[in-house]
Design a protein around this ligand. Structure first.
Ligand code: ZN
Length: 360
């Protein structure tokens, strides 16, 4: 297969902290010999495992970009054993447009793997991750949230894998991330996912859904930051950090609730267009057969709303966002509660987040 047109401006094998770009030539009306410049940070000290941290796979999800921008600007090589590769805005054109897909080719990066070196811009980005960055990595953390059309309880997630040992390693890393919820996630269609590419390459992989609505909150960003540090510590890449200089996360007695999505009855899909009334909030307990949503006819008064009932009991883990819904939208996801109160592994590395940025 032909080589990728993407050229990194960093040396992945050099020690120290490097901030550069993955440079993808892109000729267009506004720049004849232009390039898409995807920011990348490499922090390396000696031999050790490699962790690849990604955000902005979808361009309207913000916890990953915020937490990874923070980490990239503060993590020092002296704090690392091995290598950390940080790409906070994977689908950079989509991120700059604030949209899920790329404005250049409408490509959904997380449906574009393994990609093509001679394909669309989005396919070229996928191909570079598939053939150049994945082989460098032992651990991969891909930070997602709900974007503009979904909202989630904050969870880290893994998939059921054919290799039980690999799945065990992924589960351990998910618990080390230590989100309030930990999900065994069901994909309705796993073709083209970055997740699938990483898992098939035999790596330890954790994904997340940390909120949504096309923005981030204080809490969801805190979950992301703690999680990234927990993941790095679990991988053995984060050396002990010096105390001071940043706000502490403090709560060393954190726990996570294990959730499961065993089959398609978790999903409620809208069969109507209209005005959405969710009858449960995220995290609420749901009983099978209970009304979880009503959809009102948005074109007239005097018509009773359509009721949507839960097809299983559990916890409301995801919901449509914002208030209007269209046929085919996911209205709600009800997940099984497997176990509550599982202690999160904490250590010196995760109890002190990255150094606070300079304040003005
Ligand atoms: Zn996403």
């Amino acid at each position: 297969m032909r080589a990728s047109p993407i050229q990194p401006t960093v040396d992945f094998n050099a020690d120290g902290e490097q901030h550069g770009f993955l440079k993808l030539p892109h000729s267009h009306d506004g720049s004849a010999w232009g390039a898409v410049m995807i920011p990348v940070t490499v922090i390396r000290r000696g031999e050790g495992p490699t962790v690849l941290l990604t955000g902005g796979n979808h361009g309207d999800e913000y916890e990953g970009p915020i937490a990874l921008s923070r980490l990239a600007s503060t993590l020092k090589a002296s704090e690392v054993n091995g290598r950390v590769i940080i790409v906070p805005f994977m689908n950079y054109p989509a991120f700059r447009a604030g949209s899920r897909t790329s404005p250049i080719d409408r490509g959904n990066l997380n449906r574009s793997f393994p990609g093509k070196p001679d394909g669309t811009v989005t396919e070229k980005i996928a191909d570079y991750f598939q053939r150049y960055l994945l082989p460098l990595a032992d651990y991969v953390l891909d930070l997602h949230a709900g974007g503009r059309t979904l909202d989630f309880v904050p969870f880290a997630a893994i998939h059921l894998l054919p290799d039980a040992q690999q799945q065990g390693r992924c589960e351990a890393a998910m618990r080390a991330f230590g989100a309030p919820y930990s999900m065994r996630m069901l994909e309705l269609d796993s073709v083209g996912l970055f997740d699938t590419a990483v898992e098939e390459a035999g790596k330890v992989f954790v994904s997340t859904e940390l909120g949504g609505g096309g923005t981030a909150t204080v809490e969801s960003v805190a979950v992301a930051l703690r999680g990234v540090l927990g993941f790095l510590a679990h991988a053995g890449v984060l050396a002990a950090r010096e105390h001071g200089g940043g706000e502490t996360s403090g709560d060393t007695a954190r726990t996570t609730t294990l959730l499961d999505m065993p089959d398609g009855t978790c999903f409620t899909t809208s069969e109507h267009d209209g005005l959405l009334e969710l009858c449960k909030d995220l995290g609420d307990t749901v009983k099978s057969g209970e009304v979880i949503a009503r959809i009102y006819d948005a074109s007239r008064t005097g018509v009773a709303p359509v009721e949507y009932r839960a097809r299983r009991s559990g916890l409301l883990a995801a919901r449509h966002f914002p208030g209007l819904v269209q046929i085919g939208d996911t209205v709600a996801v009800v997940a099984d509660v497997v176990e509550r109160g599982i202690p999160v592994a904490t250590n010196a590395a995760t109890s002190v987040p990255v150094t606070a940025p300079v304040s003005f």
